[in-house]
Design a protein around this ligand. Structure first.
Ligand code: FES
Ligand code: MG
Length: 571
């Protein structure tokens, strides 16, 4: 097999000339023949001035390079798209697949024998892993790591669970202008990803349990020296993989690895976005992802990690309590410990080396869980023929069985315009419905599922209501919120048929979400809807590619043509 600079030669006449040309150009950077004769480890650099979460990437790239060179290989860093949650219009989800394609194609296009991907902000690790899985070159993932916590008037702050909570208090008149400004400078006190169990932390934890990153990679705070050392060690591991030709993602991402990821997603009280990303990653392999199994696992796997938004602590505390190795050890037989990792070790080896931190209460033992059941439940029903999910761990227990009157918002704009109207006909027992916020409808499936409590109810002390939509929700949010209703309303889903005043029943114990309107009436409404003017379709560019190819939430919102060739698919 060709390695190093000889790999994937561009054809300029004979092979000798193509290599001659390639060497002539790369020598312009001052590399020696010795350097250019080594196996190459590509390093994906996702530094961007628009991505503060990735502010430590330059230091991590340097450390990975050092690790690669210590093992005798040649590191070559290159950029790809970088995505930050707050700086990606219309949504970061809209460009996730673009980043996955960029990652995949640039790994394919350039000569390398292994690759280290460095990412972290919500959509970046999923995009990078989706791309890397499709290439199937030996891959090590280095997450950028979580921020350290912030402090305000003796209170610990976390981005961005407390962003929402404190903004809610400001809206309710409990925090004045000056104080909310002060808080604004303290919510994200360092580089790194949101330090609660949001999507970034969730995906870093899933990456680690799937064996794609080194032990403790998920939890070491971004500014810590240990983070630099794990990056160096990751470079060394990648160099070894470059020489050995493996393990490849296809050898690591077995059905057991995905089951382990589902167990951890439940046990950490992970982000609902994790379900979409895990599905997208699994659908890049021949194995796929089973939503029914995720629900089944949720009935067995307890929530053991006590982190915001459903618990009390932050990622740095999770780390100091022993991180993922300790959690894997605590989960014991719920995890398939024979699953392999990039280092060649199994999860059994990882768990055996878990630090025993006595007195910690962040990672609970099985006998004393935060919640006896997992965090995410999968729902079905006449409102969600292909499913919906709810993060039970973040909901108000009394609302998990609830029937209420629908109050419908047609879009995010409609909701923003009316939600705080003092004349709005709304009561605390109503069910807030938001539609046209799915993958195609918005487009890009915004994190709009966390509908704010109408101001007039907030002022009366109402903190939670049942809210349902075809949108996603930030992993840092909380509430009794049904998400990812599939199919989405803009793509023929029955959510489009709901009218103000209809009764909606949420039955989490029975795993159902239903619209209590008879079929005849629903058929009549469907007929009326068919006569309504059609949605505007983007005419060109990536938006058109997205519109034509994006799959629904139950298929991970990937593009149809990017899935793996599986039993029912053509290669
Ligand atoms: Fe980047 Fe939260 S905004 S991880
Ligand atoms: Mg997020």
């Amino acid at each position: 097999m060709t390695k190093g600079l000889r790999k994937g030669l561009t054809s300029y006449g004979d092979a000798g000339f193509s290599l001659f040309l390639r060497k002539a150009f790369i020598k312009a950077m001052g590399y020696s023949d010795d350097a250019l004769s080594r196996p190459i480890v590509g390093i994906i650099d996702t530094y961007s001035d628009y991505n503060p979460c990735h502010g430590n990437v330059p230091a991590l790239v340097e450390a990975v390079k050092r690790g690669v060179m210590l093992a005798g290989a040649m590191p070559m860093a290159f950029p790809t798209i970088s995505i930050h949650e707050s700086f990606s219009h219309p949504t970061s989800m809209f460009v996730r697949n673009l980043m996955a394609m960029d990652t995949e194609e640039m790994i394919r296009a350039q000569p390398m024998d292994a690759v280290v991907v460095i990412g972290g902000c919500d959509k970046t690790l999923p995009a990078q892993i989706m791309g890397a899985v499709s290439v199937d070159l030996p891959t090590v993932v280095v997450p950028v790591g979580p921020m350290v916590v912030g402090h305000h008037k003796g209170e610990v702050l976390g981005a961005c669970t407390d962003c929402r909570r404190l903004w809610g208090m400001h809206r309710a008149g409990e925090l004045d202008e000056a104080e909310i400004e002060a808080v604004n400078g303290r919510l994200a006190p360092s580089v790194g990803t949101c330090m609660v169990m949001g999507t970034a932390s969730t995906m870093a934890c899933l990456t680690e349990v799937m064996g794609l990153s080194l032990p403790t990679s998920a939890t070491i705070p971004a500014p810590h020296a240990e983070r630099i050392r794990v990056a160096e060690a990751s470079g060394t591991v990648a160099a070894r993989m470059a020489v050995a030709g493996g393990p490849r993602p296809s050898e690591i991402l077995t059905p057991a690895a995905f089951r382990n990821a589902a167990v951890v997603l439940q046990a950490i009280g992970g982000s609902t976005n994790g379900v979409i990303h895990l599905t997208a990653i699994a659908n890049r392999t021949p194995h796929g992802f089973d939503m029914a199994e995720l629900d089944r696992i949720g009935r067995e796997a307890p929530v053991l990690v006590d982190l915001k938004p459903s618990g009390a602590h932050y990622m740095e505390h999770f780390h100091h309590a022993g991180g993922m190795p300790k959690l894997i050890a605590q989960l014991g037989d719920l995890i398939d410990l024979d699953a392999k990792t990039v280092t060649g070790e199994t999860l059994r080896d990882v768990a055996a080396k878990a630090e025993d931190v006595s007195g910690q209460d962040v990672i609970r033992p099985r006998g004393n869980p935060i919640k006896p059941e997992g965090s995410i439940a999968v729902l079905a029903g006449n409102l969600a023929p292909r499913g919906a999910i709810i993060k039970r761990a973040a909901a108000t227990p009394r609302l998990l069985q609830h029937t209420g009157r629908a109050l419908v918002f047609e879009s995010v704009e409609d909701m923003a315009a009316r939600i705080d109207d003092p004349e709005l006909d709304v009561e605390a027992d109503d069910v807030l419905v938001l539609r046209n916020t799915g993958p195609k409808g918005a487009p890009g499936m915004p994190e709009a599922g966390y509908l704010p409590i109408p101001k007039k109810l907030g002022r009366r002390g109402v903190k939670d209501m049942v809210r349902i939509s075809d949108a996603r929700m930030s992993g840092t949010a909380f509430g009794s919120i049904v998400l990812h209703i599939t199919p989405e309303s803009a793509d023929g889903g029955p959510l489009a048929l709901v009218r103000d005043g209809d009764l909606i029943r949420l039955d989490v114990a029975g795993r159902r979400i239903d619209l209590l309107v008879d079929d005849e009436e629903l058929d009549r409404r469907r007929g009326e809807l068919a006569k309504a003017p059609a949605r505007k379709i983007p005419a060109r560019g990536y938006a058109r590619l997205f519109e034509d190819n994006v799959l629904q939430a139950d298929e991970g919102c990937d593009f149809d043509f990017l899935r793996a060739s599986g039993p029912n698919r053509q290669a």
